[in-house]
Design a protein around this ligand. Structure first.
Ligand code: AMP
Length: 282
């Protein structure tokens, strides 16, 4: 595996492979790898001839400077893990390589970006995400790019951007990997104290309780949401949002039918966590 720092170097490494018709797979990440990241890399390894992983803690998508500052980083550890997953190129640029000081262009994806995380974190969050992913797709020009269902809204925002702006790439969404007790894997989990780690199960338990209510026949969205919030109270966790929305457009629902997404965000011991679950409502 080769670590590259500049756009020119990465393009230079990819060019000969592209000319010989190699299939290029891209996994965009912010690093501090866990099994969730590795599952995306392994999936890319299966389907591509060249696997590129980007490692860039993108400052423009952080609405909270303290969150950016506290975001865990360990490039040496990440490089070893990426290598073990069969990655060919680890693209780890500095911020000045990714953003010229006088850059004035950004990508705004309407609609699907405006609710849930967009409301909670503000419009700058998905503008930052869409812009950096657009840049990565242009730099690498992969045939397939891999994203996790863990960040369900992010995946939908990227799909929409790719569709609306005709990026020649397929977006593949991979399942959420969890700890044995159900907590969704996240780079942020290492910041949880022992108490907060126990409380963090509130998200998964809230989702499970809401899904169980649907399975028992509840179709009133507000009652399903209430059931999820109640369950989270047992862990003394108050969600930023707990919502049942349509799975594609993420619009709020009154009566549930078809594919719905249960989505939750909460700060636990000062660490912001998200999780979600897709439910097929008969
Ligand atoms: P991040 O480094 O957190 O920006 O995540 C990079 C990619 O890994 C994103 O597409 C995430 O959705 C995905 N990802 C993060 N956590 C998980 C997980 N627990 N399971 C599967 N994919 C994940």
């Amino acid at each position: 595996m080769r670590i590259v720092r500049t756009i020119d170097e990465l393009r230079g490494a990819l060019e000969p492979r592209r000319r010989e018709g190699a299939r290029i797979g891209l996994v965009p990440t912010m690093g501090y790898f866990h099994e969730g990241h590795l599952s995306l890399m392994r999936r890319a390894r299966e389907a591509s001839d060249v696997v590129v992983v980007s490692l860039f803690v993108n400052p423009t998508q952080f609405n909270d400077p303290a969150d950016l500052e506290a975001y865990p980083r360990d490039e040496t550890r990440d490089a070893a893990m990426a290598q073990s997953a069969g990655v060919d190129l680890l693209f780890a640029p500095g911020a000045s390589e990714m953003y010229r000081h006088d850059a004035t262009t950004s990508v705004v994806v309407g609609g699907v970006s405006e609710r849930l995380e967009g409301e909670s974190r503000g419009p700058g969050h998905f503008r930052g995400v869409a812009t950096v992913v657009a840049k990565l797709l242009n730099i690498v020009q992969p045939g397939i790019a891999y994203f996790g269902q863990k960040d369900a809204q992010q995946a939908l925002v990227i799909r929409r951007m790719v569709r609306d702006l005709d990026f020649p790439v397929r977006i593949e969404i991979c399942p959420t990997l969890r700890e044995p007790d159900g907590l969704a894997m996240s780079s942020r989990n290492v910041r949880l104290s022992a108490t907060a780690r126990a409380q963090a199960l509130a998200l998964k338990h809230g989702l499970d309780a809401a899904a169980a209510a649907i399975a028992r026949g509840e179709r009133d969205a507000s009652k399903v949401e209430q059931r999820g919030r109640e369950e989270m109270k047992m862990f003394r966790v108050e969600p930023e949002y707990f919502a049942v929305v349509s799975a594609e457009a993420l619009v709020p629902l009154r009566t549930l039918s078809g594919e719905v997404l249960l989505a939750v965000a909460a700060k636990v011991g000062g660490v912001r966590l998200i999780d979600n679950q897709l439910v097929d409502v008969p």
